[in-house]
Design a binder for this molecule. Sequence first.
Ligand code: ATP
Length: 254
Amino acid sequence: MSALLEIRDLRKRFGGLAVTDGVSLALPAGARTALIGPNGAGKTTLINLVTGHLRPDAGSVRLAGRDVTRTPTAERVRSGLVRSFQVTRLFPDLTAREHLALAILQREGRAGAMVGHYERMPEVTAEIDQLLERLRLAEIGRRQVAEIAYGQQRLLELAIALALRPKVLLLDEPAAGVPQGETRLIEEALAELPAELAVLMIDHDMDLVFRFAREVVVLAAGRVIFTGPASEVTSDRGVREAYLGSYADARPAA
Ligand SMILES: Nc1ncnc2c1ncn2[C@@H]1O[C@H](COP(=O)(O)OP(=O)(O)OP(=O)(O)O)[C@@H](O)[C@H]1O
């Protein structure tokens, strides 16, 4: 089957620096791929090129076979290319339910101004209930974001992303900043993502990477230096020496 997300020979320079230097990768349906690499390797830039927040100098991005290299971000989202919202993009005085109503209305192409009336839309409230249940957030649905724990805010980001019905989901350090006791809930939510969804996750936490990802892509100085099964990344000499440091002896969870 052809890839849901296909990146071909993508290039981006900032001044004299080739930050994305001929990157190609493909995610089929159901992919669980981690994008790792040292600070400054170009991970965030690559994600920004894929979402359309940045424009590449060369190369292409295809979504479900369609070239979206020049497509505006909002249209990519509507086509199923979704990046998880960051906590910093949540509205502190809106409730979790209101955030999900906004995402659902946006997906349906209905005006955000209707969010004040969403409780009178049974199909919207039913979907909100389902999403909250799925992310174990049912109890805090009516609380303002400012009042809920940070781990719950990160679960809400995932719920919002799922409300947009993604085909491809890009996750930027989904558990970063979450206190130890709450990371299990995030990992459970990640483990329960729809099977057919293609997921690309950036993370520095190698324990999380090994538990989540089946495939790992290692980026260094803007180039892919390894693509392969998570079980093989730590035995790759170049990756071991240059990029995993103290994790070089780690092994994927059985
Ligand atoms: N808008 C920009 N203008 C100029 N240089 C930039 C810009 N954005 C990123 N860079 C540079 O590009 C390189 C790659 O940055 P990027 O943030 O993509 O790396 P990263 O792998 O995500 O790093 P980290 O793990 O620290 O988040 C860095 O050297 C950074 O300074």
